[in-house]
Design a binder for this molecule. Sequence first.
Ligand code: SAM
Ligand code: SF4
Length: 451
Amino acid sequence: MDKIDTLRDHGLFDAKVPRYTSYPPANHFREGIGPRYQAHWLDAVPQGSDISVYVHIPFCKRLCWFCACRTQGTQTMRPVEAYVATLIDELHRVRDQLPADLRMARLHLGGGTPTILTAPLMESLLDAMFAAFDRPEDFEFSVEIDPTEASAPLLDTLTDYGMNRASIGVQDFAPEVQRAIGRPQSFAQTRAVVDHLRARGLESLNLDLLYGLPLQTARSFGDTLGLVRQMSPDRLAIYGYAHVPWMSKRQVMIKDKDLPDAQTRFALSEQARAFFTGDGYDMIGIDHFARPDDSLARAARDGRLRRNFQGYTDDTAPTLVGLGASAISRFGEGYVQNAAATSAYQARIAAGGLAGHKGYRMRPQDSLVAAIIDDLMCRFALDERALAAAFPAQAAVLRDIVRGLLATFPGLFRIGPGGLHLEEDAHPLVRIIAHHVDSFAATGQAHSAAI
Ligand SMILES: C[S@@+](CC[C@H](N)C(=O)[O-])C[C@H]1O[C@@H](n2cnc3c(N)ncnc32)[C@H](O)[C@@H]1O
Ligand code: SF4
């Protein structure tokens, strides 16, 4: 049987499974966890530790039809200004709850479009962040940038304040694809932002692309890949377009008939893989690429790769503090997600409390499954010995999971010194394999395509 038949037989072209940016996936978070646990878990963050901070900006001037991110359109800055004031209040409240002796090792501004902020508004937010937390020498500061909504003064403010990693949304450069996803954006506009940031000394540039978009063909995608190469990014995230119109209402603007079928999606993802690995990039996990000397590639080689809500990361801090509407915090004990609607988030902060609403408190078995899924998604492996040592009370569960995987996916794993290793041809199946281990799978809602 050849590779494509194996992938088809295991459901690659039909399955709808989570992307496993967390375990459990956020659709299994439960109401009320925030009010019950958030303050305790903030309190319990170990003294002297390094934490990561994520700040969510849920505003965009344009609303692209394909976008599944939590954001809302605005043509004026008034709601953004009010929101930043709330963010600063939340920051102070969260900081008061955390131990005094902490450092912020990483800060990521995501959205929505963080670059919608004016330069003075960004300065007020960053002044508050840097006053609240000490930072180590190797502090990493990354920002998601829409190149059509990023003024030169704002970009200068970000680099002046130490932004050393930028992530620019490209998606696709073909004009017919851009029309079909409601996102006009020229190569010249994108290139100008890249050049501006590089001239200001930016250390690392990531570009986001999507495969599986309406009207995308091998030829049009090849043209996009060629233009992307001209910008020599240090990293790329090439996600499969998640068509989930029941969750993201904007996507009803995208016509089903224009979407490539599952085999074409797979071919597009393989095209991107061949293009960038041929160009000297390392493939990282299922959908990222990095230059071999980039820290993400080094982390992948050293077994330090992790999943976070943006995809793959070399951030190993156990605590991630999320600020802003819908932002998710990760603690050793579990997850807390802030109220998702901007108005509900602002009401909670105005009422004097924290903004945590939904979340999940990890049970020992969940922590084992989370570690297995991390191992699979990040290393295409399952290190039975290391997991048994880390979760001694879960030895029987671990044995059952390993047995179940070998029985359900015969021939896909090689057994070696570090446990089970997924054969390279089977890597595209890893989300389906993770779903098999997922204890929540039976109660799952509809997810996005497995490829
Ligand atoms: C939160 S968006 C912010 C990007 C920024 N506002 C921009 O437009 O450039 C981050 C990334 O999420 C990805 N994304 C958004 N919607 C998606 C979807 N439906 N499926 C897969 N990836 C998606 C896109 O690649 C996008 O660049
Ligand atoms: S892709 Fe970016 S600009 Fe477009 S709606 Fe999503 S967050 Fe906003």
